[in-house]
Design a binder for this molecule. Structure first.
Ligand SMILES: [Zn+2]
Length: 381
C-alpha cells in the first residue's frame, strides 16, 4: 500500500484516445498560447498527477495564499505558484490551445480567470529577493503581466529525452508496489552524484525499503552539467555501487526554479505524489549563489504541523570523506578538523576536469569521474 497522493487523489489530465481526434480538430479553430520550456514541463506534470491536487494553473485565490502562506485556498500546503503568465490575456475566453515553443499542439486550457499581480512581490515572497540576477527571478521578470488561470488537459505528450526514465507518478507507485516497498526515500538532484550524496542516499536507505533516485531532467541553468552526461553518471554509479532491487532511477521532468527553501517543500510534496514516504533535504537544497542560508531549506519544514505535508523530510548536514575517520562522515559524526576532510566545490571539480586533473576517489567514484571527464570533452570539443 503506497502513500496517498497530496490531497488524496492522483490527478489525471490526459485526453483519452476516444476524445483525441475531436480535440485535435477543435484545436485548429481556437486561439493559442505558446509556452516556454518551463510551461511545457508544468503542463506535463499537471497532466501526469505529479502536481496533485493541481488540475491547472492557479487562480488568484490560490495564488495569493501560496505567496503569503504557502497554502492553497483549501488550506492544503503548497509552496510554489504554478502559473501561466502571458503578455496580455484580456481577450481570452473559454478554451485556448496550448502550444510548445516549436508550434506543436500540446493541450487545452479552460480559461477560468485572467488577473494581474506584482512580479516584485512574487519574487520577494517566493525567491526571497527581487534581484534580477537570480535565475528564477530573471525568468519571472521575462514573463508577461497577465496570469491565466484554468484547468489543463494534455493532448500530446512531448517525446521525453530519456524515454526509459520517463515514469509518471502512477508508474513509480506501481513499481514500488511490485517491489514490495512500503517506505521509499526520494532524492532530488540536478548535479552528478559524488561520494557525499551517495553517502546521504545510502544512509537514508538504511532505514527505509527503497530509494527513488529522481534527478531533475527539465530545464536548468546553462552552467549546470548537461542532462545526458548526468544520466550516464547516475547509471554507472548504480551499476557499480547499488543493489539493483533497492534503487529505482527515474527522471523528474520539471524545470528548476532555484527557489531554495520553498522549492524544497515543493520537491517533497511532488515526490509524495510519486509515492515517496521520505524525502532527502540536503544543504542549500535548490539554492543558487548566496541567496539562501545553508540550512534554510531544512528549517522551512518546521513551518508545517507534523503530518501536514504527509511526507517525512530527512535532513542531512554537509558530508565528506574524512581521512582520520577513514570513511564518509559529517560534522555530526566526525570530531576531526577540516584539514582531514576531502571536500571540493562544483566549480573546483569542473576546473580540475577541464585541466585534465581527476578528483580523488575519496571525493568521487573513478567511474563517475571518467563519465564527467568524457562528457566535458564532448562539450568543449
Ligand atoms: Zn573524522
Amino acid at each position: 500500500m503506497t502513500i496517498p497522493p497530496h490531497g488524496g487523489t492522483l490527478v489525471q489530465r490526459l485526453v483519452g484516445e476516444d476524445e483525441r481526434a475531436a480535440a485535435l480538430e477543435l484545436v485548429t479553430r481556437l486561439p493559442s498560447i505558446t509556452l516556454d520550456p518551463r510551461g511545457v514541463a508544468d503542463v506535463g506534470l499537471i497532466a501526469s498527477g505529479a502536481y496533485s491536487p493541481l488540475t491547472g494553473f492557479l487562480g488568484r485565490d490560490d495564488y495569493l495564499r501560496v505567496l503569503h502562506e504557502m497554502r492553497l485556498a483549501s488550506d492544503l500546503p503548497w509552496s510554489l505558484p504554478i502559473t501561466l503568465r502571458i503578455t496580455d490575456g484580456a481577450a481570452l475566453r473559454d478554451t485556448v490551445a496550448l502550444k510548445g515553443p516549436d508550434g506543436s499542439v500540446l493541450g487545452l486550457l479552460e480559461v477560468r480567470q485572467v488577473f494581474r499581480h506584482s512580479k516584485e512581490e512574487e519574487a520577494q515572497l517566493v525567491y526571497g529577493t527581487t534581484d534580477a540576477k537570480h535565475p528564477g527571478v530573471a525568468q519571472l521578470y521575462a514573463q508577461g503581466d497577465s496570469l491565466v488561470a484554468g484547468d489543463v488537459r494534455l493532448l500530446a505528450r512531448p517525446v521525453p529525452r530519456f524515454p526509459e526514465l520517463a515514469l509518471d507518478p502512477a508508474d513509480t507507485r506501481r513499481a514500488f508496489a511490485e517491489r514490495g516497498w512500503r517506505t521509499v526515500v526520494g532524492f532530488q538532484t540536478r548535479n552528478p552524484v559524488h561520494r557525499a550524496h551517495e553517502y546521504i542516499q545510502k544512509a537514508a536507505l538504511e532505514t527505509v525499503d527503497g530509494l527513488l533516485l529522481h534527478p531533475l531532467l527539465g530545464p536548468t541553468k546553462d552552467d549546470d552539467v548537461p542532462a545526458d552526461v548526468r544520466v550516464r553518471s547516475y547509471r554507472v554509479l548504480l551499476e557499480r555501487y547499488s543493489p539493483r532491487d533497492r534503487v529505482l532511477l527515474a527522471g523528474f521532468p520539471a524545470a528548476m526554479r532555484y527557489a531554495g527553501p520553498r522549492e524544497a517543500v515543493f520537491h517533497a510534496l511532488v515526490r509524495k505524489n510519486y509515492g515517496c514516504t521520505h524525502f532527502i533535504v540536503g544543504r542549500d537544497h535548490a539554492g543558487v549563489g548566496n541567496y539562501y542560508g545553508s540550512y534554510d531549506a531544512q528549517k522551512i519544514f518546521d513551518r508545517f504541523a507534523p503530518g501536514e505535508l504527509g511526507i517525512q523530510p530527512v535532513c542531512f548536514e554537509h558530508t565528506f570523506f574524512c581521512r582520520r575517520c577513514g570513511g564518509m562522515a559529517s560534522p555530526k559524526t566526525c570530531p576531526h578538523t577540516s584539514e582531514c576532510h576531502v571536500t571540493l566545490s562544483g566549480t573546483k571539480v569542473r576546473e580540475m576536469l577541464r585541466s585534465g586533473v581527476l578528483p580523488p576517489p575519496e571525493f568521487s567514484r573513478p567511474e563517475v569521474v571518467q563519465v564527467l571527464a568524457d562528457g566535458l570533452r564532448e562539450v568543449v570539443g
